[in-house]
Design a protein around this ligand. Structure first.
Ligand SMILES: *[C@@H]1O[C@H](CO)[C@@H](O)[C@H](O)[C@H]1NC(C)=O
Ligand SMILES: *[C@@H]1O[C@H](CO)[C@@H](O)[C@H](O)[C@H]1NC(C)=O
Ligand SMILES: *[C@@H]1O[C@H](CO)[C@@H](O)[C@H](O)[C@H]1NC(C)=O
Length: 297
C-alpha cells in the first residue's frame, strides 16, 4: 500500500525504539491507549503492561497478581474471575496485570516484553499520561511515577512519567477526547526528542516527570500551542544551584510552570528517592531536551 511505503521511507529507523508502557489508571483507560496508538503510528515497538483496575495513588507498592474480582477488569475490559494476568487476544501487545503499577511494569519488563523484543530489554519506559497532575508533593504517591521509578532503579531502563491536568477516567472504547489526543501528541514529542538525543537516553538513575497543563476547547487545544519548560519537583531552597538556564541558576517549580498557561513542565527526578537531581546530570538532560525547551516569559 502506498501509504505504508511512504511511512516506512519517512521513518528515521535509528529512532524506532522498544518501549514498555504502563500507568496507574489501568490498562483500559483511554489516555494510555491513545498514547499507545501514537507511538505505534510513529513506528515504535511497544508492549503495554498496566493494572487491570484503577490503582491511582498506590506509589511504589508491589504484590503478586490475583484473580480478577467478580466485577471484571475496569470498564468491563475483561470478564469476571479472569486470570491474574491477561492479554487482548486480537492485539497481544495489550496486557493487564491484576496488581499495582510497579508489579505491572515489572511483569511487562521481565515476562511479556521479551517475547516481542526477541529477548531484548525495553529501551525506554513510558508511563501515563496519568488522569490528573502529579506535581510536587503528589509525586511520592503516584503509581504512574512509581512505575517509572521502578523501571530506572530496578531494571536500569530510562523512564518518563507523563501526567495531564484535564480529564476524567474514560474507557478505551469511547471516542477519544481532545485532551487525550493533545497529551499523546505532547508525550510523543518529548519521547522523540529524548530518543533523537541518542544513548544513553537519560543519565543513570534519572527519570523525567512531565506534567501537561489544562486543555480546553478554546485554550491550549493543539500540541503546537504548548511550550516545554525545564523545572524542579520541589523548590530546592536548600539545594545546590541548578544548571544555569534561562538566565538563572534556580529552575522554576513544576507547579509554577503549569499554572502559567500552555506550558509543559519537565522535571528531572532521582530514582533513588523521587526527589530532584541536583548535580551535573541536569546539564546532560538540558543538552538532550534543548531542541524543544523554552523559558517562561
Ligand atoms: C482488544 O483489541 C482490539 C483490536 O485492537 C480492540 O478492538 C478491542 O477494543 C480491545 N479490547 C480491549 C479490552 O483492549
Ligand atoms: C481511581 O481512583 C481515584 C482515587 O482513588 C479516582 O480519583 C479516579 O477517578 C479513579 N479512576 C478510575 C479509572 O476509576
Ligand atoms: C515538538 O515541540 C517543539 C516545541 O514546541 C516544536 O517546535 C516541534 O515542532 C514539535 N515537534 C513535533 C514533531 O511535534
Amino acid at each position: 500500500m502506498r501509504h505504508s511505503w511512504f511511512l516506512l521511507v519517512g521513518l528515521p529507523l535509528t529512532q524506532a525504539a522498544r518501549v514498555i508502557q504502563s500507568n496507574d489508571d489501568g490498562w483500559a483507560e483511554i489516555n494510555i491507549r491513545t498514547f499507545f496508538n501514537s507511538l505505534t503510528n510513529a513506528g515504535h515497538s511497544i508492549v503495554l503492561s498496566a493494572p487491570a483496575e484503577n490503582q491511582s495513588g498506590t506509589g511504589s507498592s508491589d504484590a503478586t497478581p490475583k484473580t480478577v474480582d467478580s466485577d471484571g477488569c475496569e470498564f468491563g475490559s475483561c470478564p469476571a474471575k479472569s486470570p491474574p494476568t491477561g492479554t487482548n487476544s486480537s492485539n497481544t501487545r495489550l496486557n493487564y496485570v491484576n496488581s499495582f503499577p510497579v508489579t505491572s511494569i515489572k511483569t511487562g519488563i521481565d515476562t511479556t516484553a521479551p517475547k516481542f523484543f526477541d529477548g531484548a530489554k525495553p529501551e525506554i519506559a513510558l508511563t501515563g499520561p496519568n488522569v490528573g497532575s502529579n506535581l510536587g508533593i503528589q509525586v511520592p504517591f503516584s503509581g504512574t511515577v512509581g512505575a517509572a521509578v521502578y523501571a530506572v532503579k530496578t531494571a536500569g531502563i530510562p523512564a518518563i512519567a507523563f501526567s495531564g491536568s484535564t480529564g476524567d477516567p474514560t474507557a478505551w472504547n469511547k471516542p477519544t477526547p481532545l485532551y487525550s489526543q493533545v497529551y499523546a501528541d505532547l508525550a510523543l514529542n518529548v519521547t522523540s526528542t529524548v530518543l533523537a538525543s541518542g544513548t544513553p537516553y537519560l543519565p543513570a538513575g534519572v527519570w523525567l516527570n512531565v506534567n501537561f497543563p489544562a486543555v480546553s476547547s478554546t485554550k491550549c487545544n493543539n500540541a503546537n500551542q504548548f511550550s516545554f519548560v525545564l523545572s524542579r519537583i520541589y523548590s530546592g531552597l536548600l539545594s545546590p544551584k541548578d544548571v544555569n538556564w534561562c538566565g538563572t541558576d534556580r529552575l522554576p517549580t513544576e507547579n509554577s510552570v503549569v499554572s502559567k498557561g500552555c506550558y509543559v513542565s519537565i522535571s528531572m527526578g532521582d530514582a533513588s528517592d523521587k526527589t530532584d537531581i541536583n548535580d551535573d546530570r541536569q546539564a546532560q538532560v538540558l543538552a538532550k531536551l534543548k531542541p524543544i525547551l523554552s523559558c517562561l516569559p
